[in-house]
Design a protein around this ligand. Structure first.
Ligand code: S3P
Length: 186
């Protein structure tokens, strides 16, 4: 543990973490939010890819999901403990891990990008090939995973229904609700 976890991080300096199922737009929205707040953006999957010089699919194939999940946990827990003022997007499976959930909720402001199953299904073809977790699963199995994961995502500081919003609108909504919170609570 670093010193940061021992001291309370001021609300305005807390990292902002985006969670939600694969393909809901965490990376796109995260980049936009970071730009609007003049913060650095960190996409956890991209960082793990850089560290290993492999795509997430290649990491799953060569090292296995268990190792990926361990690396994901270590990276995220260190990141949220040792930094502030970042916008961070997590991979869709990260919040299944209780330690990650707890650390993020203890140290960051967590936004859940919520999308209905009906609308998510329309995006499946766009992400199917580079999400190892979706490989070899039937649509029914993916739907079951989608709803199971929602229980974990319900642990958040703010939920945004994204069905009728484009990424720019989601980012604007997120930034205005953050600013409201900053004004109200500081
Ligand atoms: C995963 C989601 C992916 C990536 C990996 C596993 C998951 O991230 O971390 O393929 O288990 O939901 P995105 O949510 O950015 O697609």
């Amino acid at each position: 543990m670093s010193e940061l976890s021992a001291i309370e991080v001021p609300l305005r300096q807390k990292n902002i973490v985006l969670i939600g199922f694969m393909g809901v737009g965490k990376t796109t929205v995260g980049q936009l939010v970071a730009g609007k707040l003049y913060r650095d953006f960190i996409d956890v999957d991209q960082e793990l890819e850089k560290q290993h010089n492999m795509s997430v699919s290649e990491i799953f194939a060569s090292m296995g999901e268990k190792n990926f999940r361990e690396m994901e946990e270590k990276y995220i827990c260190e990141l949220v403990t040792n930094t502030r003022l970042k916008v961070i997007s997590l991979g869709g499976g990260a919040f299944v891990n209780e330690r990650i959930r707890k650390m993020c909720l203890d140290t960051c402001i967590v936004f859940y990008l919520d999308l209905s199953w009906e609308n998510w299904k329309k995006r499946l073809h766009l992400i199917m090939n580079n999400r190892p977790v979706l490989q070899d699963k039937s649509l029914e199995e993916i739907e079951e995973l989608f709803y199971r994961r929602q229980n974990d995502y319900e642990n958040n500081n703010s939920k945004i229904a994204t069905d009728d919003l484009n990424p720019e609108e989601v980012a604007d909504y997120l930034v205005s609700s953050l600013k409201l919170g900053w004004e109200l609570y500081e």
